[in-house]
Design a protein around this ligand. Structure first.
Ligand SMILES: [Zn+2]
Ligand SMILES: [Zn+2]
Length: 338
């Protein structure tokens, strides 16, 4: 089968023919129908993430089951499925507390075991979810980023009086905005860099009541539209190191900041402000199986719009073209068709 293989340290990958994986007893073999490219995949391809090589990246996918292992009970050949990225052990301290994304023995598809930038992928039955009738493969391949957004929303427990601000109009940020509105947020604001104009426009189209450029005096702008009060909750869905401090300046006393983006450098922030104004700062990592299931339902019910975030599609063999589009900054979400 054709696969994108990360087979050397540093930047780069090889597109080549490899053996079709043989599913273990508790795994199924899936013919991949669509797979999204995510920031984690880019980190792997660019050599910025320390992984065992060779490795096939790709974890945002959907497809058809073509073979089942001997002990697989709940799934059969022909089922249309998507899969959660985290395969947790179920036994460690964190798993027993229901915090499976923090599992001590975590295995993630496309990071620790071969993923879906390939024609076929073998996946453990316990992280599989059937796609409901009528759900497209494109929607199925989008559940992973939606679930990451959803997990961060759960951390914030948004109420109907809450004004929410989202830093970073990327796919996760826009899904956070959409879900915040579904959860009943009174107003949603999206903040991005000037060069993200098109992403901000999409945020507006999909539910942001207001969009701002990062260089605007945000605290003042929020007060202007919110009866002279700051925001209740800020989500930092960007790795931009300035965003945490900006978020601190935008939330009210006892407000919440949920960090979802991956910072790749040290962040400087006015932490005494967290003390003085009792700001609650929390990290949100990935999502649980329950989050994944609930997001399938939200998409099925049409509560979350997926299609307008998919700006480009390519054949798997054209992955280099897809990466060029990403490097030019023109893409929101790109799907590959193996
Ligand atoms: Zn992802
Ligand atoms: Zn565990």
């Amino acid at each position: 089968m054709l696969a994108v293989v990360k087979d050397k340290k540093g930047p780069g990958f090889t597109l080549k023919e490899v053996e079709i994986p043989k599913p273990k007893d508790d795994e199924v073999l899936i013919k991949v129908k669509a797979v999204g490219i995510c920031g984690t995949d880019l980190s792997i391809i660019n050599g910025n993430k320390d992984i065992k090589i060779p490795m096939i990246p790709g974890h945002e996918f959907s497809g058809d089951i073509v073979e089942v292992g001997k002990k697989v009970k709940e799934f059969k050949v022909g089922d249309r499925v998507s899969a959660a990225i985290v395969i947790s052990c179920g036994n460690c301290y964190y798993c027993r507390k229901g915090l499976e994304t923090l599992c001590d023995n975590i295995i993630e598809t496309g990071i620790h075991v071969n993923g879906a930038f390939a024609e076929y992928v073998a996946v453990n039955e316990k992280v599989l979810y059937k796609l409901p009738d009528g759900m497209t493969y494109e929607q199925g391949a989008s559940i992973d980023p939606i679930a990451s957004a959803y997990h961060s929303i759960k951390k914030a427990s948004i109420g109907s009086e809450d004004v929410v601000i989202v830093f970073g109009p990327g796919p996760i940020g826009i899904y956070i905005l959409q879900i915040a509105k579904v959860e009943g947020a009174k107003k949603a604001i999206c903040v991005g860099l000037k060069r993200n104009e098109r992403r901000l426009a999409l945020a507006k189209q999909l539910g942001a009541d207001y969009i701002f450029n990062f260089d605007e005096i945000l605290g003042e702008e929020i007060k202007r539209i919110n009866n002279n009060e700051l925001a209740d909750v800020a989500f930092v869905a960007t790795g931009s190191p300035q965003a945490l401090n900006a978020a601190l300046n935008c939330v009210r006393k006892h407000g919440k900041i949920v960090l979802v983006g991956m910072f790749h450098e040290l962040v400087t922030a006015n932490i005494v402000d967290v003390v003085r104004r009792e700001i609650q700062v929390e990290g949100s990592m990935c999502y649980s199986g329950i989050d994944f299931k609930e997001c399938i339902d939200l998409v099925k019910l049409g509560r979350i719009k997926v299609e307008s975030l998919i700006t480009h599609t390519f054949r798997l063999a054209e992955i280099s073209k897809a990466l060029e589009v990403i490097n030019k900054g023109n893409a929101m979400k790109i799907l590959l068709y193996p």
